[in-house]
Design a protein around this ligand. Sequence first.
Ligand code: PHB
Length: 360
Amino acid sequence: MSTLFDPIQIGDIALANRIIMAPLTRNRAVEGKVAGPLTVEYYRQRASAGLIIAEASQISPMAQGYLDTPGIYSPEQIAGWRQVTDAVHAAGGKIVLQLWHVGRISHTSLLPDGAAPVSSTANTANAMTFTAEGFVPVSTPRALRDDEIPGLIEDYRRAARNAIAAGFDGVEVHAANTYLIEQFLRDSVNDRSGPYGGSIANRARLLLEVMQAVTEEIGAGRTGVRLSPMTTFTAPLDSNPQALYGYIVEKLAPLGLAYLHVIEGETGGTRTPEGKEFDYAALHRAFPGAWMLNNGYSRELALDTVANGKADLIAFGRPFISTPDLVRRLREDKPLNELRADKLYGGGAEGYTDYPALAD
Ligand code: PHB
């Protein structure tokens, strides 16, 4: 029987325990959308996690959707992230980077030359984003042409290569939370015809081509992927989530990925949304690699879930923001620090690097 505190090998990456820091948007990138010195300190403080999944980072200038999120497309960004990965490795930790394209969840003021966001569709999301002017409705997107998809896949490939150049142990492809890849996956958003619209196989094509490119580039043993079948965040559910995500996992299974990361229920909300039952265990049975679950785990639920073999890894989000030494607190069953929710997005050290660890 494994416990939450046992080491595990996932693909090419050896983890000291099964407690994972979930990717968390903090909007503290410095000039050039670079991870700065505070971000180095923030991740260094959390290096006792079995694995840190560093915050969603845009793969290109067109992939950004919120103010002050970091990128992984420029030499300055690679150099900034190198400081982070060196600090985490020096502290004995492991760290991968989440590769992000927001699709239509963006605003013209955040994009090069005031461009419209791109998506599977030209329909506007019913969602807000955060810009230099504060919270504003997202802009109307432009539907990507089919002949633009190879360039998009190249952006993912280059971002993965850049992440390895920056010293990351791997990458996680962000295919969750109704951002670009999920805007292709779901029939509630994707209104295309042609090779990337219509059938489940067509809607899943972009994700599978991205996974093919990334695993070719850096190796499947350094690649993970995140899915959120029941999250409505900025888009309604697919008409048949079980069939859609079942197909995706069936196609991901033979790739030899390091892990699959699934958000249960509504991201950041309830694990069991009313009337939205989903059989996550069916996906687990179909996937041979390490199985990571996330969303609102308590200590007890995390311990039970790993002990019962329902997951290999548990990702914690908000608990890792407030409590840099979360692994120790869980092991010793000590209370966590209180989260300062008003300091989540943007700002400086306050509510970022000033949460205390237990004294020795
Ligand atoms: C957010 O910035 O609100 C955000 C970013 C990435 C996610 C979810 C939420 O996956």
